[in-house]
Write a protein that binds this ligand. Structure first.
Ligand code: SF4
Length: 339
């Protein structure tokens, strides 16, 4: 129960169940800051072992558990089995002084991007708030990896599960809980324009926003990312232009280069044209081969040529290493619940 609630909501709920406010506050802190379910050593429960045990039972251990994990080059992929048997994947990516956790928001995904292993699974169900927050909780307390950055870039399209994702963010950022800064949380979308509009109307604050673009041609995007048939590039751009980024805000544009598909200089010039007038930073990632998708990695020379063409068009581009490729843990490669 507690994993889906902010401090204030948890205290209100625990009060309804007969727990005093000081005890509810103390146990919320102990749970999220120490991963503790045993409240008997908290001063608020001194001499009240029975009440401490009752509160432990009320809070309960998060449902689900890590059933598989593998690390390569510092990148750790872990698989969580949920209470209904569904499996989700999360990835911890090390950075200077801070780990980034890539969280899944759905079991499977209905958007069926052709280069994405999750997309090939189809949609199974949305994740609940506690199942999303649980990924950060397990990373911190079961794997001992304090999480400072979160990207909703794992399995699923987060804007297709927006209400639960926003509540999960409220819990993740609660200062009396996991206390992850809002500015260190990024939502990644395949271009779910309706969700972008809803997100804009919900005062998203300083959340980061990443858009997986991969081509600025509607014809090609219709093939690679079927979501484009519902929300074509013109609609996507309209929503991006209307989106209330803060004064320093930029959109992150993710572009996975697929050899011979979207990696030509002409494709780069289309991207420059499409992004004109939008504050963006582009993350360019060479495709990681694997799974059953019929794509290949472009050569380093082709990748550099594409990057240079974007830079020539005045765009800020970063060439991102496809970290975790050998774990099937890189962009677009989660899915299947195996390590
Ligand atoms: S890339 Fe994202 S939106 Fe597309 S199928 Fe995969 S998980 Fe879904």
């Amino acid at each position: 129960m507690i994993l889906s609630l902010t401090h204030d909501a948890a205290v209100a709920e625990l009060r309804r169940r007969g727990v005093t406010v000081p005890r509810a506050t103390a146990l919320y802190r102990a749970f999220f800051q120490n991963g503790s379910f045993d409240f008997s050593n908290l001063s608020e429960f001194a001499g009240e072992a029975g009440e401490a045990a009752r509160c432990s039972a009320l809070v309960a251990r998060p449902s689900g558990q890590i059933v598989d994990q593998r690390e390569a080059g510092g990148v750790l992929k872990f698989v969580t089995a949920l209470e209904d048997g569904a499996r989700i994947e999360s990835v911890l990516i090390p950075g200077p002084g801070r780990d980034t956790l890539c969280i899944s928001s759905q079991v499977g995904c209905r958007r069926a991007c052709r280069f994405c292993a999750t997309g090939q699974m189809g949609w199974v169900r949305d994740l609940r708030v506690d199942e999303m927050v649980g990924q950060a909780f397990f990373a911190r307390f079961d794997l001992g990896r304090p999480v400072k950055n979160v990207v909703f870039m794992g399995m699923g399209e987060p804007l297709d599960n927006l209400d639960a994702v926003l509540q999960a963010i409220a819990v993740l950022t609660d200062q009396r809980g996991l206390n992850i800064a809002r500015g260190r949380i990024t939502l990644s979308t395949a271009g779910q324009a309706e969700g972008l509009r809803r997100l804009a109307s919900r005062h998203p604050g300083n959340l980061g926003l990443a858009v997986s673009l991969n081509t600025a041609s509607d014809a090609l995007r219709n093939e690679l990312m079927p979501i484009n048939r519902e929300f074509p590039l013109s609609r996507l751009k309209t929503e991006l232009k209307a989106y209330p980024l803060g004064p320093k805000g930029v959109f992150f544009i993710e572009y996975v280069l697929l050899a011979g598909v979207n990696d030509s200089p002409q494709a780069a010039r289309q991207v420059v044209e499409f992004l004109e007038g939008l504050p963006v930073r582009i993350n360019l990632i060479a495709y990681n081969p694997g799974g059953s998708a019929p794509f290949a990695t472009p050569t380093p020379a082709v990748v550099r040529r594409f990057r240079d063409e974007l830079a020539l068009g005045g765009l800020f581009v970063r060439l991102r290493p496809a970290r975790g490729g050998d774990l099937q843990a890189a962009c677009g490669q989660l899915g299947g619940g195996r390590v």
